[in-house]
Design a protein around this ligand. Structure first.
Ligand code: SAM
Length: 247
């Protein structure tokens, strides 16, 4: 059993990494770019944009968004450690990225003030009420604004982390509602599952028009010091990209 407070604590502890590795992350932020796929999809929408990044974590991607032409990025995260480290980095580099400590889905922002919501890379799985989250993103975006998500595929919790054999974990199910994280980074935190169909229906149901949805064999993140898992050998889906327009 893992409670909401256990999950928050796990994230607060995991976020200490942003402080321990402050210098490396600062260097990364200096020259950060989004992934080529993200740049291609976002290029038409990011120039001069006011961007909201919910569950912003270390916020390195915010520097990539600025490099792509964003006017400003506001990162929201409930971890005070993540927020203060990201804020310090942005100030040190003189980048137009601000960070606030906020417990999502509520953002406390005004209606329609954002041009783009950018999130993912391990963000949605922490949100229990995805419908409330999607409704909030719809509320804060201007009509015609965009929601972009580059995220782990909903099947990823099922893949066994085995270097030789791509197998489904016996203790996980695609239609399960949640499971407890038993690996890096937020050990002991509750992850909330939804199928790909549920994800799409929740976002379109909140008032978004789906412009792009793709499944990718590459995971959004791989550890550098471990052998790659067989589940990443190109036969299975490991990430999704989604772009939607606010009606
Ligand atoms: C994998 S991390 C960050 C993802 C981010 N895109 C990145 O690349 O750093 C997920 C973040 O979500 C935050 N988080 C999880 N649940 C949250 C909630 N309910 N409200 C605000 N932040 C939350 C955690 O504190 C953590 O920093």
């Amino acid at each position: 059993m893992s409670t909401y407070e256990d999950t928050r604590r796990a994230w607060e502890q995991a976020s200490q990494k942003h402080v321990r590795e402050y210098a490396e992350l600062l260097d990364e932020a200096r020259t950060a770019r989004l992934l080529p796929l993200e740049e291609e999809l976002l290029a038409p929408h990011v120039d001069g944009a006011r961007v909201l990044h919910p569950q912003s974590g270390h916020g390195i991607d915010d520097h990539g968004l600025v490099a792509l032409g964003a006017q400003e990025v506001l990162g929201l995260d409930y971890s005070p450690t993540a927020v203060s480290a990201a804020r310090r980095r942005a100030e040190e580099l003189g980048r137009p990225c601000r960070y606030e400590e906020v417990e999502l889905p509520a953002t406390g922002l005004a209606d329609g003030g954002q041009d783009l919501v950018y999130t993912g890379k391990g963000a949605l799985i922490w949100i229990e009420d995805l419908a409330a989250w999607a409704a909030e993103m719809h509320r804060v975006l201007r009509p015609g604004g965009h929601l972009f998500v580059y995220e782990a595929h909903p099947l990823v919790p099922l893949w066994e982390w085995d270097a030789h054999d791509a197998r489904v974990r016996r203790d996980r199910g695609y239609f399960a509602r949640s499971h407890v994280n038993d690996s890096f980074p937020a050990l002991g935190a509750t992850e909330h599952q939804r199928t790909l169909a549920e994800l799409v229906m929740t976002i379109t149901g909140a008032g978004f028009e789906l412009l792009h949805l793709a499944e990718h064999p590459e995971p959004f993140w791989t550890p550098q010091d471990e052998e790659p898992a067989a589940a990443w050998d190109g036969r299975l889906p490991n990430a999704i990209s989604l772009l939607a327009r606010r009606r």
